[in-house]
Design a binder for this molecule. Structure first.
Ligand code: SF4
Length: 341
């Protein structure tokens, strides 16, 4: 399919969400986050349509439909899929890949964050990929500087507004697979950071938090900034950087990672950051047909910050309804700001 790299070499391994990438790298494999490949594809909408042509129901999440077709289009022969701690729809997607001849390697995060269970899962993964936890620990140490630099990019968004919400999203989201080449990615991060450190502070804007899975319509960031609002907190994307866990071992690092476990760890992280980042409005993004929509009520109950729930479906620019809702939300926040001053 047009616009896809050829990933049929057995060194490539697709991933469907953030997994202990240090183990994959220690095994000498090249991780490829299929989410990033899908959303960056010039024909992302066609990829979704292809899944439907193959028989995927329209009532399946757009990311799942896109991921399914992306793996087939790039020709990847092996995929590491998270069977617990990510997405209930992944199971059936794995089966449809297996039926097409793709080898599926399962990985499960224990729901209760049990350290021994997590260690056992990680050790099992290391064995399956032909490496060891000790080798993965070496990779963890080697990745610490790049993770720290990406955390500094986030800090520039938060403190000086000199890195945009979109840049913040893009650099953090790439920490799931380091674009398959951590050394090159580290150089790119360093070059960006050197330039960003020289930038003048950004203009004063409304401070917005973004919670939930990464958006299927990334133009949301530019849309907000054109209307005087900047995302200064990308919740799940920031989790991908593991920036809170640079000084702990690999098992603890993935135990602290909030996304795969119960929603309550995420709520704590969101609450802490809303306060620390002086967030004036929270956008809780939910994906159409995603089971995580149920968690929206828990997010809303747990925060006092004004919150807008925004739903996305297909990989396309923001639709008129969402534009109107965002504009009305920003107007409310502006009015609130004036009253407070
Ligand atoms: S948005 Fe929800 S349903 Fe879709 S892949 Fe992510 S977790 Fe699964």
């Amino acid at each position: 399919m047009n616009g896809m790299p050829d990933l049929s070499d057995p060194r490539y391994i697709g991933i469907t969400t953030t997994i202990p990438v240090e183990i994959v790298l220690a095994a000498g494999l090249v991780p490829v986050d299929l989410n990033n490949l899908f959303i960056a594809a010039p024909n992302a909408a066609e990829l979704v349509a292809r899944a439907e042509l193959d028989g995927y129901p329209r009532s399946v999440c757009g990311w799942i439909r896109g991921l399914y077709s992306t793996a087939l289009a790039c020709g990847v022969r092996r995929v590491l899929a998270v069977t617990q701690g990510d997405c209930s729809q992944t199971h059936a997607m794995m089966e449809t890949w297996e039926a097409q001849g793709i080898e599926v390697v399962p990985f499960a995060y224990p729901y209760d964050r049990d350290a021994e269970l997590l260690r056992a899962q990680m050790t099992r993964l290391a064995e399956r990929l032909g490496t060891t936890m000790e080798a993965a620990e070496d990779v963890r140490r080697a990745l610490a500087p790049v993770r720290k630099n990406v955390a500094r990019i986030d800090e520039l968004t938060r403190t000086r507004g000199s890195v945009t919400g979109l840049e913040n999203h893009l650099w953090q989201v790439q920490c799931s697979d380091f674009n398959g080449d951590p050394e090159r990615f580290a150089r790119e991060v360093e070059a960006f950071l050197a330039e960003a450190e020289q930038r003048a502070p950004g203009p004063e804007m409304l401070r917005i938090g973004y919670a939930g899975v990464p958006p299927i319509m990334p133009d949301i960031y530019g849309f907000l900034e054109n209307r005087g609002a900047r995302v200064v907190f990308n919740e799940v994307q920031r989790q991908f950087t593991m920036a809170d866990s640079l000084d702990v071992d690999l098992v603890e690092q993935y135990r602290r990672y909030t996304y795969p476990y119960s929603v309550f760890g995420r709520l704590e992280d969101i609450g802490r950051n809303l306060e620390a980042r002086r967030i004036e409005g929270l956008i809780h993004y939910v994906q159409s047909f995603c089971f995580r929509q149920i968690e929206d009520m828990l997010v809303k109950r747990s925060v006092t910050t004004p919150t807008l729930t925004l739903e996305g479906d297909a990989p396309s620019p923001l639709d008129a309804r969402n534009r109107l809702r965002l504009e009305a939300f920003l107007e409310t926040l502006q009015a609130r700001r004036k009253v407070r001053r």
